[in-house]
Design a protein around this ligand. Structure first.
Ligand SMILES: Cc1cc2nc3c(=O)[nH]c(=O)nc-3n(C[C@H](O)[C@H](O)[C@H](O)COP(=O)(O)OP(=O)(O)OC[C@H]3O[C@@H](n4cnc5c(N)ncnc54)[C@H](O)[C@@H]3O)c2cc1C
Length: 512
């Protein structure tokens, strides 16, 4: 760390592990009165049990970023997790630095998570030095986007938000109309993948994280999942993130649209971008990702399908998070209380779809959206698992899991625990949907066709059991009227056999 005259008041600027945006205006000029601070810190490694690749990728990306800052001439204090006297919280860290330096002010970029926002806001009182929050300059919208876009509303529709975003930011627009004449290509984008086109090889960045892993082990951080020491495949620098974007646009984007809902046991990433980690730690910006997709020669349905995820869903769930926290974190609209079965941590279940989705999550810290929603999320919801347990699993296991994006997706979209704020109906299905969109059912120990009996696919009876037990809550939802008509039209003996099997499955989930 360089030095400045003791009498000159300094500004401390704290950079969090998911704020690795080298294009932030903070870094435009070198200022010798500014001391940047980065820290590998226990309050961040321990709030949930994370996947080992997630901790390793964040530390690796932070260390690269620190190197970059120093090489550009910025002064930096960097705390490694194994440093003697390493503090466990940001407050203690800043307090210590303020006693050692003549600090006049502290600046932070807005954290994305409520937990950190609360922590950072309390630092001013603890340290006795003013703390100023500035934008991360990453997102298209600010935290309060929903109240400024839809004043007075307490429920919001993603599609309306998305169209406003397209118009406001001039993305895929011809004047006031959407390019191609329609806002949505979902009907063209629901294909099953049956082996063709071939899956492009997964681009790995082979980051050597031997040192980082040694530090994680030495400091006793408890993690889940596995990692190959010298092959952390996730992009951990801006250059790697740009390469990953380029690889996606050239090799996957043309097929992204048609196969975005497909699932297969023959691979683990299909035509998805795997850019979520780089985006969420801000190595790249949503603008540059969207610009690259829009200026590519990929077919419009693929480009629109991709843009919708980032300009639509990503910005929308963030805005929902900030409009509803902290109460959102304890919503449990369906009153689910069940534990998460042990096989969520091992993958040892006979259900081939769940086994594949969980096993690849443990191996790669990644599953794509439909696996998260319609396999692991689906089974957790059908079994009635407590949303706190489901949230903790998703928050821990995925490389891209940060609460602002994980929670509205998990508690909201996937577990319907928010009473319909994010999703207009619960995302549950029987085996028929899984079979339509994947090759999972072929070779499964369970029969996709049977609804009752030991060999019957558990999703089948659970699907009806779920709708039956939540009838009071769900039957007035017009999107479910067909479901209840079909249920009511079934023979009473069939219904009771389904409920009996459903009861057994809910009570014996660990045996599935
Ligand atoms: C239960 C559940 C939990 C999830 N938890 C997370 C999470 O912790 N972190 C996270 O970034 N995403 C989460 N998602 C959303 C989505 O599944 C991931 O963003 C996506 O799978 C990341 O892989 P990708 O980069 O290959 O995405 P792609 O399919 O290539 O999509 C491109 C980008 O769009 C954005 N995106 C896509 N869908 C969503 C969405 N629903 N919400 C927000 N952004 C989206 C992501 O930034 C993603 O990188 C979750 C979804 C579900 C159903």
């Amino acid at each position: 760390m360089g030095t400045v005259a003791k009498s000159v008041p300094q500004t401390i600027r704290l950079i969090l592990g998911d704020q690795l945006n080298i294009n932030h205006s903070w870094f435009a000029n070198v200022d010798s009165t500014v001391l940047y601070v980065m820290a590998e810190i226990r309050s961040e490694t321990d709030y949930v049990r994370h996947h080992v690749q997630k901790v390793a990728a964040i530390f690796t990306a932070m260390r690269h970023f620190a190197h970059e800052l120093r090489s550009r001439g910025h002064r930096l204090h960097y705390q490694r997790i194994t440093d003697a006297g390493a503090t466990r919280t940001f407050a203690d860290l800043l307090q210590g630095l303020c006693t050692r330096h003549n600090v006049g002010s502290i600046e932070v970029q807005e954290p994305d998570e409520y937990r950190l926002d609360t922590q950072l806001r309390s630092i001013e009182a603890q340290v006795g030095i003013p703390v100023r929050m500035v934008s991360t300059e990453h997102f298209y919208t600010d935290r309060l986007a929903l109240s400024s876009m839809f004043p007075g509303r307490t429920t919001w529709v993603m599609e309306q938000f998305y169209r406003r975003m397209r118009k406001e930011h001039r993305v895929l627009m011809d004047g006031d109309t959407p390019q191609g004449g329609t806002w949505n290509y979902d009907s063209e984008n629901r294909k099953k993948w049956s082996g063709s086109p071939p899956l492009p090889p997964v681009r790995s960045f082979g980051n050597d994280c031997t040192d980082v892993l040694a530090d994680i082990t030495a400091s006793g951080i408890e993690t889940i999942g596995s990692i190959q020491e010298s092959d952390l495949l996730w992009p951990c620098t801006r250059a790697q993130a740009l390469e990953a974007l380029d690889d996606f646009v050239s090799n996957r984007l043309p097929w992204f649209g048609p196969y975005q809902d497909a699932m297969t046991a023959q691979g683990w990433a299909l035509f998805h971008s795997r850019l979520s980690f780089a985006l969420n730690v801000k190595l790249i910006s949503p603008r540059e990702v969207i610009d690259a997709a829009c200026s590519s020669s990929a077919p419009l349905p693929s480009v629109e399908g991709f843009v919708r995820q980032i300009l639509g869903w990503r910005e929308f769930v963030r805005a929902v998070y900030w409009a509803t926290m902290p109460s959102y974190a304890s919503l449990n609209a369906l009153g689910h209380q069940g534990p998460l079965p042990e096989w969520f941590w091992t993958g040892e279940t006979k259900m081939r779809c769940v086994r594949h989705a969980v096993t690849q999550s443990l191996e790669h810290a990644y599953a794509h959206h439909i696996q998260r929603l319609m396999i692991t999320g689906n089974i957790a919801l059908l079994l009635g698992c407590h949303p706190d347990a489901v949230d903790a699993w998703y928050l821990g296991i995925y490389i891209d899991a940060f609460e602002w994006v994980e929670m509205p997706n998990t508690r909201g979209m996937s577990q319907a625990a928010d009473g319909g704020i994010v999703g207009t109906k619960p995302y549950v299905s029987s085996a028929a949907y899984i079979d339509r969109m994947s090759d999972y059912c072929t070779g499964c120990a369970y029969s996709k066709k049977d609804r009752t009996g030991e060999k019957a696919c558990p999703f089948n009876a659970l699907y009806w059991h779920f709708h039956h037990r939540h009838r009071n809550h769900l039957e007035h939802n017009h999107r479910l009227s067909m479901v209840y008509r079909t249920w009511d039209g079934m023979d009473a003996t069939v219904r009771s056999a389904l409920l009996e099997r459903g009861d057994w499955l809910v009570n014996n989930a660990r045996a599935l």
